[in-house]
Write a protein that binds this ligand. Structure first.
Ligand code: UD1
Ligand code: MG
Length: 450
């Protein structure tokens, strides 16, 4: 059997009414990535000859999220069959070069590449089928389309739950929402789909009965239900998120990451870990985080868009925002927030700081309570600190400003001008001591207040 040459059509034009959202359904995120992005990521390793996304009016954001895939418009959401019809023209040019059209729903975000490959292979198995449907047996078949098969397991038709009678509703094998179609027959069959059903929609699922009527073979490939769960409601979105988190945690553990309490760590689809990383309980990884070998992310930290170098220690209670780059062995401790800032090797900011739009040299120590004042209400400015500097506690660095290498800034300073290399800078009111005056003052106040 040769490898399928296929084009993919991803349906994303439905209104997603059941989500009760101003946002198109397929842009709702799971593990920090839109559902549509998960579907496209599963397709990518299989090398589709073309990928077409079907979007509805006003869904420019969906088209943008799908780029470089081609987006086509379904003018009104008249059903999944109508949506596939809308994609036909976009595939006209490559029709001769493909043998299979794979139709996926943008609201089935848990599907994995190997599962799609199994469906493609199932369609091509001898004799090749006109339609191969991803079937599953979920615990609750509820709203899914029922797969009606004959005694030999050949697929006869699909009945939507809203059109199913009691006997059909009792069928546990249902439509997982992915189909592999014979490219030569697909668009002719789709063109014949009607809308004589409870919802007056053109159901893609009717393609099975049409293919059978034309004497063509249809089959089911039974695939893992947990990958084919469709997301139509917020509750299903939460369930899919939970399933994705379980998968990502399992992968992290398998890759050599210690998760002290896996169920309390939240990962993004693109979180990258080196070896021997330890993640303590209650840590959240937003999108775009990488963590180098041997680093430790301590409890209750929140990271996104950040690169943590090898051997670094982050937290507890640290916040790394986009553009935070910690080189090797950096320590960022309790209640420290870092944004668009690079900390050189071995630099330390262990307590209560905000470091934004900054460059901090290797080996530099940032004292407790240091704040980079990077914003004047209109513009952002940078703070540059050289290597091996020492910034005393409770220093305000009013950007734009620089502190030279090896410089020491006294605690409580408000630094508004550049500090030269190796200088000691004290930028605060001088201390005044008045001997005995406290006792005097106390005595006076006692007399006055009886
Ligand atoms: C669909 C299937 C059902 C299957 C289930 C699996 C049909 C008729 N039913 O039901 O058999 O068990 O998925 O999850 O296909 N869409 C469009 N244009 C439209 C309508 C829908 O692009 O006019 C898109 C939606 O954006 C969505 C996908 O198609 O991504 C599926 O539509 P949805 O309304 O969620 O279908 P289900 O009721 O879940
Ligand atoms: Mg659905």
């Amino acid at each position: 059997m040769t490898k399928a040459r296929f084009a993919a059509i991803v349906l994303a034009a439905g209104e997603g009414t059941r989500m009760r959202s101003a946002q198109p359904k397929v842009l709702h995120e799971i593990a920090g990535r839109p559902m549509l992005g998960h579907v496209l990521a599963a397709l990518a390793p299989l090398g589709p000859a073309a990928t077409v996304i079907v979007v509805g009016p006003g869904m420019d954001a969906v088209a943008k999220a799908a780029a470089p895939a081609t987006a086509v418009l379904q003018p009104s959401p008249r059903g999944t069959g109508d949506a596939v019809r809308c994609a036909a023209a976009a595939l006209a040019q490559i029709r001769g070069a493909i043998d299979t059209v794979l139709v996926l729903y943008g609201d089935t975000p848990l599907v994995e590449s190997e599962t799609l490959a199994r469906l493609l292979a199932a369609r091509q198995a001898a004799p090749p089928a006109a339609v191969a449907v991803a079937g599953m047996r979920p615990a609750d078949p509820g709203p899914y389309g029922r797969l009606v098969c004959d005694r030999d397991g050949a697929l006869l038709r699909i009945v939507e739950a809203s059109d199913a009678g009691a006997a059909e509703r009792a069928i546990g094998l249902v439509n997982g929402g992915i189909m592999a179609l014979d490219a030569a027959a697909a668009f002719d069959l789709v063109g014949r789909i009607g809308n004589d059903n409870a919802r007056r929609e053109y159901y893609l699922t009717d393609i099975v009965a049409l293919a059978r009527a034309a004497g063509l073979c249809c089959r089911v490939a039974e695939l893992p239900a947990e990958e084919l769960a469709g997301v139509n409601t917020r509750a299903e979105l939460a369930a899919a998120e939970a399933a994705m988190q379980r998968r990502l945690r399992r992968r992290a553990l398998e890759a050599g990451v210690t998760l002290v309490a896996p169920d309390t760590v939240f990962l993004s689809a693109d979180t990258r870990f080196g070896r021997d990383v330890t993640v303590e309980p209650n840590v959240v990884f937003g999108p775009g985080v990488s963590v180098g070998d041997g680093a430790r992310i301590r409890a209750f930290s929140h990271l996104d868009g950040a690169a943590v170098g090898p051997g670094a220690i982050v937290g507890p209670f640290a916040r790394l925002r986009p553009g935070a780059v910690l080189e090797e062995r950096v320590h960022v401790g309790n209640f420290v927030e870092v944004k668009a800032a690079r900390l050189g090797a071995g630099a330390k900011a262990n307590h209560l700081s905000y470091l934004g739009d900054s460059e901090i040299g290797a080996g530099t120590n940032i004292g407790a309570g240091t704040i980079t004042c990077n914003y004047d209400g209109f513009n952002k400015f940078r703070t540059i600190i050289g290597e091996d500097a020492f910034i005393g506690s409770n220093t305000a660095l009013v950007a734009p400003v620089s502190v030279g290498r090896g410089a020491i800034v006294a605690a409580g300073s408000v630094v508004t001008g550049d500090v030269p290399d190796d200088a000691l800078t004290i930028a605060r009111g001088r201390q005044v001591d008045k001997p005995g005056r406290a006792a005097e003052l106390r005595a006076r106040l006692r007399r006055k207040n009886g």
